[in-house]
Ligand binder design. Structure first.
Ligand SMILES: CC(C)[C@H](C(=O)O)[C@@H](O)C(=O)O
Ligand code: SF4
Length: 481
């Protein structure tokens, strides 16, 4: 028998029962909750007279609907101007209180985007099944956890039973070998993967990311990669356990300690695909060939290297592709063959569960240090992923670097990643954004999103248009030498 993939191992370790038709019941170790997808689930429990099955498996925090300005946040929930957002956040608080679920409320220092908070607390651990009513739960797979989004009715089911009806996925291996160029990051890797396989390329698969370029990433970088597996169509992204994983988790509040830590680590070491494991599909990329990526269209697969240009729809032989490109260029207000570096920005957003961790902020600050945001950029904002990321960044003086350069330094939340709170793009505005989705209206009605890495976003804020961050990096390297 062939060896097992990491996904196969995680699946079989959590399988409660599998039927002949392929439907299965799996056990869920960790359930994360936020205000958008939990209200009806709690209501369902209430109507059925049920209680959560295992309280300590649950952890909640509001993120999508929270305001991010200091003034509003100082007022707690009362600072939420939008009535619907206020109801959502207040309902989460009330439900967690009523059912006894731990919640990091709006002004708890540990509050933040649920996918930043879980790993930061060590609430996400290798070998776990992790679910949340949120598609970017794929992020947690960076820890060799089987993690994916679920719908609201499933949130209720998990709350009530700690189990989930699931179907086994196929196995895909995305191997990225070699060394990344200066200034090229995890975000560029995952955008390049999506550019290569498309937004439906991973449908039905659990993607394991492997190869020397992936092993060389920090946990922050690995989370960025797995975060966007869903944008490649795969509900699950995974990375095997190694020393980087283990070092990150040591002494985190929810991680095991003392003798239990040693036992856990011994166990976690086995969370790798066997050498003879078989994958249904294998995709390979050469890290050295990956440029800083910029999306030009209205889907993450509409992406190219910064040295490239907007494609010409007329040059597409495929009729569907041609009309898709035409529509995207029209919405984005871009011309065929326009150089990527000629795209001018109105706003810059550094944040979201893709890129709001400490390393992301460090990379952006490195670029912004001693520079000024271009006059033509109306708003450049940095939104840390959690209160603890914010605190760490302030301890390192990153907030000062940003503020001196003309960026706004905000309170943690999903912010301008999606138009569910006060931070929005106006119609027609171009935004360099470190988030993960760029479809029409994602950041505000008529808004035009360009997905990039934190360093690329910071560089665009300074220049007022996209610039190749590698030229800045090589300048700096030359100066330091
Ligand atoms: C609101 C939530 C259900 C949604 C998701 O599932 O991903 C959001 O987080 C997003 O990024 O679009
Ligand atoms: S930061 Fe964006 S992608 Fe992440 S959970 Fe919030 S809205 Fe979804």
């Amino acid at each position: 028998m062939a060896g097992q993939t990491l996904y196969d191992k995680l699946w079989s370790q959590h399988l409660v029962k599998e039927r002949d038709d392929g439907t299965a019941l799996i056990y869920i170790d960790r359930h994360l909750l936020h205000e958008v997808t939990s209200p009806q689930a709690f209501e369902g429990l209430r109507l059925a007279g049920r209680r959560p099955w295992r309280l300590d498996a649950n952890l909640a925090t509001p993120d999508h609907n929270v305001p991010t300005t200091v003034v509003e946040r100082a007022r707690g929930n009362a600072g939420i101007q939008d009535p619907v957002s206020l109801i959502q956040v207040q309902t989460l608080d009330d439900n967690c209180e009523a059912f006894g679920i731990e919640e990091f409320k709006i002004n708890d220092a540990r509050q933040g985007i649920v996918h930043v908070v879980g790993p930061e607390q060590g609430a996400t651990l290798p070998g776990m099944t992790v679910v949340c009513g949120d598609s970017h739960t794929a992020t947690h797979g960076a820890f060799a956890a089987l993690a994916h989004g679920i719908g609201t009715s499933e949130v209720e089911h998990v709350l009530a039973t700690q189990c989930l009806l699931a179907q086994k996925m196929k196995n895909m291996l995305v191997r990225v070998e070699g060394e990344l160029g200066l200034g090229v990051t995890a975000k560029d890797i995952v955008l390049a993967v999506i550019g290569k396989i498309g937004t439906a390329g991973g449908t039905g698969y659990a993607i394991e990311f492997a190869g020397s370029a992936i092993r060389g990433l920090s946990m922050e970088g690995r989370m960025t990669v797995c975060n966007m597996a869903i944008e490649a169509g795969a509900r699950v992204g995974l990375i095997a356990v190694d020393d980087t994983t283990i070092d990150y988790l040591k002494d985190r509040p929810y991680a095991p300690s003392a003798a239990q830590w040693e036992a856990a680590v011994a166990d976690w070491r086995g969370l790798v695909s066997d050498a003879d494991a078989r994958f249904d599909k294998v995709v390979e990329l050469d890290a050295a060939e990956i440029e800083p990526q910029v999306t030009w269209g209205t889907s993450p697969e509409m992406v190219t290297g910064v040295s490239g240009e907007v494609p010409d729809p007329e040059a597409q032989a495929d009729a569907t592709l041609k009309s898709g490109y035409q529509r995207a260029l029209e919405y984005m207000g871009l011309a065929p063959r326009q150089k990527i570096t000629d795209i001018r920005l109105d706003k810059v957003f550094i944040g979201s569960c893709t890129n709001s961790r400490i390393e992301d902020l460090r990379e952006a600050a490195k670029v912004a240090k001693g520079k000024k945001v271009a006059d033509s950029v109306q708003l450049a904002m940095v939104v840390p992923g959690s209160g603890l990321v914010k605190r760490q960044a302030e301890a390192e003086g990153l907030d000062k670097v940003f503020v001196e350069a003309g960026f706004e330094w905000r309170e943690p939340g999903c912010s301008m990643c999606l138009a569910m709170n006060a931070d929005k793009l106006g119609a027609g505005e171009h935004c360099a954004s470190t988030s993960n989705r760029n479809f029409e209206g994602r950041q505000g009605y008529g808004g035009r999103t360009h997905l990039v890495s934190p360093a690329m976003a910071a560089a665009a804020a300074i220049a007022g248009h996209f610039v190749d961050v590698r030229t800045l990096e090589s300048n700096r390297a030359a100066q330091e030498a």
